[in-house]
Design a protein around this ligand. Structure first.
Ligand code: NAP
Length: 277
């Protein structure tokens, strides 16, 4: 999808960007009982945008939940993007079960670090594909095996996995099929549009299954992820926190494709924080 088409051809369709946030409730409508001023929350307006601001209005029954009590505001701002994406693909769509052999390509990103932890929570045996600088991190998150993508090609080693998850778009089905057992599932979270469209058919013809598309941004997923955090099964990874004045630098760092976990942008003095990616 072209960025211009999505964000606006004659100018920005949305004046305030930002798809997820953490912060404190400033005021509530007179019929709202679920929250009160002072409550710490996280949420994602998603395609509605508007999180890169000091204030945002959200429906009380919208995609908004109480902040996990074990996290500060920086870490909490990073929850909605990586974890809800990983949860929706690994649990709801791929239905990974205990004992399955799962390979995660791009294990050090926001979605990747969440995928490693959620796959471990599900009882999978996890192989992480990451560069040498992130090998220690992904092992700490629970990966039993690590493949350095600069040194080895996971698809050329003769190992077969039940599930291969691609979060960076470097493992289209033509490559991944060599690492998938018959009947195995490929989870394409990132990839070229042509691979997204043709992949499911190619996979079916080869006796495998491809799962792709867009992660559901439901409030229920966010609530479940917060429970995983409060129970100690998941913790977001933060690459760095930038000030609002450094938004351009923050985006440039994200766009370079080598961040570790999430980059958080502090819009106002703590605790009003927003996330860029
Ligand atoms: N389908 C959906 O609904 C959905 C939802 C959310 C996100 N997404 C997509 O998911 C993707 C991941 O987002 P993200 O924020 O998690 O990405 P990210 O944080 O930018 O992930 C990049 C990570 O992958 C590593 N990496 C780079 N090249 C690699 C390679 N060739 N092999 C293995 N690892 C490599 C990088 O580490 P090094 O520095 O070590 O290279 C970096 O840590 C994005 O494309 C995003 O658009 C899709």
């Amino acid at each position: 999808m072209s960025g211009d088409w999505f964000f606006g051809i004659r100018g920005l369709r949305k004046q305030v960007l930002g798809t997820e946030f953490s912060g404190v409730v400033e005021a509530v409508g007179q019929d709202v009982t679920r929250y009160a001023p002072g409550d710490a929350v996280i949420g994602y307006p998603g395609a509605g945008f508007g999180a890169h601001a000091e204030y945002i209005a959200m429906p009380a029954d919208g995609k908004l939940v109480r902040k996990p009590f074990t996290l500060g505001f920086d870490e909490a701002a990073a929850v909605p993007f990586g974890a809800t994406t990983a949860y929706d693909f690994l649990v709801n769509k791929a239905a990974i079960t205990s004992g399955e052999r799962v390979l995660i390509n791009g294990a050090s990103g926001a979605v990747g670090t969440a995928s490693v932890q959620i796959a471990k929570f599900l009882g999978a045996e996890v192989t992480a594909v990451a560069s040498a600088k992130n090998a220690g991190l992904v092992r700490k998150l629970g990966a039993e095996h690590v493949i350095d993508y600069n040194e080895r090609d996971f698809a050329a080693e003769g190992q077969l996995y039940d599930v291969v998850v691609d979060t960076v778009g470097t493992a289209p089905f033509v490559r991944t099929r060599h690492a998938l057992r018959p009947g195995g599932r490929m989870v394409m979270i990132s990839g070229k549009t042509s691979d997204m469209i043709l992949g499911p058919l190619k996979a079916r013809l080869a006796g495998r299954r491809m799962i792709n598309g867009v992660a559901s941004e439901s409030r229920e997923n966010l609530e479940t992820v917060v429970k995983l955090i409060n129970d100690g099964f998941y913790r977001p990874v933060i690459d760095r926190t930038d000030g609002f004045d450094e938004m351009r630098l923050a985006h440039a760092h994200v766009d370079a494709g080598h961040k570790t976990g999430s980059v958080v942008v502090r819009v106002a003095d703590a605790p009003a924080l927003k996330l860029v990616g």
